[in-house]
Design a protein around this ligand. Structure first.
Ligand code: NAP
Length: 455
C-alpha cells in the first residue's frame, strides 16, 4: 500500500511519501536504542513536564491537527477536534499518575525487605490504525514514555501527515531526540523490526490478520505484544429500557467516526416486545443524519477512509441480504458525489446463525436482531468470535447483574455507550485481542515487573 494522503471525500491524491529504505530504518533504530540508554534515567518529574507540554501543544493547535486528520481519513471535523482534546487529556492523566502507578510496592515476606519495582523495557514498536489517527497513538505513547520506554511508530499508510505531526509534537514538547520517532514504512517491514534486538515489545491496533501476523513475528523472538483488534459489539435493549435515550445513543454509537470504530455498536439485539418501536425510532434517526463534507461543522456522517473499505462493506451488506436479511434503509454506496460515501443502513432479519452475522461491519451499517428474552439476548451477544465492548440497556437490577456477569467482553456499559476513558482499562478478549491500554493496567503492559528480595 502506497504511503499517501488521499482525501476520502474527493478521491484526490494530495501528497505521496517515499517509504524509508533499510539504511534509514537502521539509523532510526540506532537512535532509538541510544535514546533509551539516557532516557531511562530521566525522572518522572522531567517526563511529566514534557508530557504536559505535549498536552499544551495539542490544545493550542487542535484546529490544525483536526484538519489533517479529517483530510486524511474523513472523520467529521468536530469529532477530530474532540479527538485531539482527548489526547491532551491522556497526556495529563499519565503525567500526573505515572509516578504513583510505577512506585515500588513493598510485599511482606521472609526477607528483611522485599518489593516489586517497575522498570522500562526499552524500544517499543507501535503499529497503529488510521481510524483514530491521533488517539490510538497517544494512548500508547503517554504511558509508554512515562514509564521510561522509547516509542517507534509505524502508522497506517493512509495517515502519514498525522504520523509526522505526532513525532513533531513530542519533539517540540522537549522529549530528548529519538525518544519518539515515526517510521514511514509499509506493513512488510514490521516482521524485520520485530526481529531487531533493539525492539523489545510491540503493540498493534488493527485488523485480526495484522494482529496475528505481528504476534507470529513477535512469538518467534519471544517478545511481548498487546493486540487491540476488531469487534462486533452488541447493543442490547431490553423491555424496561429507556427507549428514547437508547435510540439516540444507538445512533451515535453506530455512526461514530463514520461507523469505523472498533467499539462501535454493530449488532442491535432488541427484545421482541419493544422491537417494532425501536426499529421505527432508529430508522427515523438514521434518515435524519446529515451525510456530507466532513470539513463542515454540521456533518454527521462523512466518507469511509478508503475505496477498499467501501467495497468490502457493500459486499458484506449484499451477503447479508443473500442470507435472508432485509434492508430497511440504505444498503448502497452513494454514487452521486465523489468520495467513499455509504448510505446509513439498517439490515434486519439476518439469520442469527449465518456466517455473515459473525462478521465485523466497519461502516455505517446497523444489524438488527430480535430476541424473546434476556437469555436469548446474552446467548446471541456471545455468539461471535469477538469480545471487545458491550452496551446493554435495562432498568431492572437483576437483569443488569446478569448482563455484567455473563457477557463475554473486555467491557460492559450499562445504559451508556461503550467508550474509552484514560481512567479505565481498555481492551478485548477472544479474537478482539489481549492486553490492556489506559489506566494503571495500561502502563503496566510494557514494564519489567522486577521482584527484589533482600535478606
Ligand atoms: P489494518 O489493515 O490491520 O491496519 C492497522 C495497522 O496494521 C496499519 O498500520 C497497517 O499498515 C498495519 N498492518 C497491516 N497488515 C499488517 C501485517 N500483516 N503486519 C504488520 N502490520 C500490518 O487495520 P484496518 O483495517 O486499517 O483497521 C480497522 C481494524 O482495526 C478494525 O478491525 C477495527 O475494529 C480495528 N481497531 C481496533 C481497535 C481496538 O482498540 N481494539 C481500535 C481501532 C481499530 P498499512 O496501513 O501500511 O497496511
Amino acid at each position: 500500500m502506497a504511503i499517501a494522503t488521499i482525501n476520502p471525500a474527493t478521491g484526490e491524491t494530495l501528497k505521496t511519501f517515499e517509504s524509508l529504505n533499510d539504511t534509514e530504518i537502521a539509523a532510526k533504530l540506532d537512535l532509538a536504542g541510544q535514546a533509551f540508554e539516557h532516557y531511562r534515567k530521566t525522572s518522572f518529574a522531567e517526563r511529566s513536564q514534557w508530557l504536559q507540554k505535549a498536552a499544551e501543544i495539542l490544545e493550542q493547535e487542535k484546529a490544525e491537527f483536526a484538519k489533517v486528520m479529517t483530510l486524511e481519513m474523513g472523520k467529521p471535523l468536530k469529532a477530530a477536534i474532540a479527538e485531539v482534546e482527548k489526547c491532551a487529556l491522556v497526556c495529563r492523566y499519565y503525567a500526573e499518575h505515572a509516578a504513583s502507578f510505577l512506585a515500588d510496592v513493598t510485599v511482606e515476606t521472609d526477607a528483611s525487605k522485599s518489593f516489586v519495582r517497575y522498570q522500562p523495557l526499552g524500544v517499543i514498536l507501535a503499529v497503529m490504525p488510521w481510524n483514530f489517527p491521533f488517539w490510538q497513538v497517544f494512548r500508547f505513547a503517554a504511558p509508554a514514555l512515562m514509564a521510561g520506554n522509547v516509542g517507534l511508530l509505524k502508522h497506517a499508510s493512509n495517515v502519514p501527515q498525522c504520523a509526522l505531526a505526532i513525532e513533531d509534537i513530542f519533539q517540540r514538547a522537549g522529549f530528548p531526540k529519538g525518544v519518539f520517532q515515526t517510521l514511514l514504512i509499509g506493513a512488510v517491514k514490521v516482521a524485520d523490526l520485530m526481529a531487531d534486538e533493539r525492539v523489545k515489545a510491540a503493540t498493534l491496533t488493527g485488523s485480526e490478520p495484522a494482529g496475528a501476523s505481528l504476534a507470529v513475528a513477535a512469538g518467534k523472538q519471544i517478545k511481548k505484544t498487546v493486540l487491540e483488534l476488531g469487534g462486533s459489539d452488541p447493543f442490547i435493549v431490553l423491555e424496561s429500557a429507556d427507549l428514547t435515550t437508547a435510540v439516540v445513543t444507538a445512533t451515535t454509537a453506530r455512526m461514530l467516526n463514520n461507523g469505523q470504530s472498533c467499539i462501535a455498536a454493530k449488532r442491535f439485539i432488541v427484545a421482541e416486545a419493544i422491537a417494532d418501536k425501536f426499529e421505527k425510532l432508529l430508522l427515523d434517526k438514521f434518515l435524519s443524519l446529515k451525510v456530507g463534507d466532513p470539513m463542515q461543522p454540521d456533518t454527521d456522517l462523512g466518507p469511509l477512509a478508503t475505496p477498499g473499505i467501501l467495497q468490502d462493506l457493500d459486499q458484506q451488506v449484499q451477503a447479508a441480504t443473500q442470507s435472508g436479511g432485509k434492508v430497511l434503509t440504505g444498503g448502497h454506496p452513494i454514487l452521486d458525489r465523489p468520495g467513499n460515501y455509504y448510505a446509513p443502513t439498517i439490515v434486519t432479519d439476518i439469520p442469527q446463525d449465518s456466517a455473515i452475522a459473525q462478521e465485523e461491519f466497519f461502516g455505517p451499517v446497523a444489524l438488527l436482531f430480535r430476541v424473546p428474552d434476556i437469555d436469548a439476548a446474552i446467548k446471541l451477544a456471545n455468539a461471535i468470535p469477538f469480545g471487545l465492548g458491550a452496551s446493554a440497556w435495562t432498568t431492572n437490577d437483576q437483569e443488569r447483574d446478569r448482563l455484567v456477569e455473563e457477557i463475554e467482553a473486555g467491557s460492559v456499559f450499562i445504559n451508556g455507550m461503550v467508550k474509552s476513558d484514560p481512567r479505565l482499562p481498555f481492551g478485548g478478549i477472544k479474537r478482539s485481542g489481549y492486553g490492556r491500554e489506559l489506566s494503571i493496567q495500561g502502563i503496566h503492559e510494557f514494564v519489567n515487573v522486577k521482584t527484589v528480595w533482600v535478606k
